[in-house]
Unconditional design. Sequence first.
Length: 504
Amino acid sequence: MSLNSLPTKLLLIIVEMIPANQADQLAGLVRTNRRLYDIVAPYLYTEETIMVATWYATRKDKVDCLLKAIERKAKLLPDSQGKPFTSSLVNACRNGSINVAKRIVQMFPEMLDEDTEDHGMRALSAAAATGQPEVVSWLLGIPTVDVNRLDNLIRTPLSWACYSGNKNVVEMLLLRYDVNVNITDHDRSTPIELAYDNNRIEVMGTLLRDPRLDIRACRRSILAHSVLEGNHEAVRLLLSFYDSQAVIWNIWAYVALRTAIRFGLTDMIKHFSNVRSLDINDTPSRYFPSATFYCPILWAAIRRPGSVWKYLLDFRNLDMNIRCPGVDGTPLIVAMRAHRNSLGTALIERGCLLNEKDDTHGYTALMWAVICDNEPMVKLLLSREDIDLSVKDNNGVPVLYHATLTTGRKFDIMKLLLDHPDVDVNISNNNGMTPLMLAVKNYKYTAAYLLVNKGGIDYSLQDNDGKTVSDHASRGKCRLRFAALIRAGMRNRIPPRLRPRLRG
């Protein structure tokens, strides 16, 4: 049974049941039958069906369909003068329907500025957001188009182009002299941040090559985020512009490298070591004078356990004796204080200064190794030709004093010091006391025995109070034993009964 044979009332019931978005299919069925067309025509050309036809035209770039929709709308809604529905031009540009877009602008040029969608996006932003280079090129050729026009999200066409990641569109927009490459949106994100958030690496490179880009406008360090998120491609790209962007040159590189050290991201540290002009010793302290910044090697020595420091030693310009505010001493001193023997060994083998002092106490690395009972590092330090055992701390105390006072029941470290050819057993502190006087006064009998047994003691030396070691030995609870030891030492003959039981 054909549609033409059906009664008019039944046809009207069928037509009313057809959804508006399928009315074009009904139109195709009745276009050759005048009776059917007259019956269903009032239902075909409603405001809703015209809107669907307009959407179809902007979607498929059908100019004839657009013109018919405009004609029908002018008849159905005379006050509209046939102007397409709101966002028609935006939809055409978004879908790349350049012929429809051109016809709309030709017929209704005011829509170029007036036509928007829900978020206030206009034609150029819509084309940029979906990566339509042909439409963007055409729109940029229209003098009245504002390349920095903001939508409700405070985004420009360049922001949307970076969001979508179409490199060609970004390059077209950057050719405009008046484009703002540093503008921020509602989230305070710049175009390069939008490109990074969506992993548009090529777009980031295009922006970084533009001399107008100022990454100080970014609300965060993209380089540090790239390091933390493991985005090697972004890290390599940003570091390749190290010399052209001042912020990367100083603040960003420092924060990112510190992030890599903090989380032990050794693969990321390698990227930084490949930047020849990167100063591993620099910190942003000149930008923030009131803040404290650790240089990377000290940060690794203090904050990060493990072997992260090994990768920092690969930097060409590393200063192994660097000091930073807030860090007491050189990297070697920090390593000795923290029992980081592997780091200390590497620094010593690379020729760092051995006799530097910390700021608080004036202790050298050797003093810290002695105080911390770190025998392997004491042995290594004493094996170096440039080690100086005569260096004194801020209180005028040499390293042999520390060994005398801190040695417990194991005397291997003191033996190592006394076996060194440059040791001075008669060296004195600010009070004029020799190590032997100190051992006697503090009842360190084994230490006193090792000093006496070493030989070379000058028993005539006096401290600032005019007392000799014999005077100190004649006082105190162990005076008989110490006095006997001193008398035997003066005769260069120590009987077996005076020898202590050495352990270790």
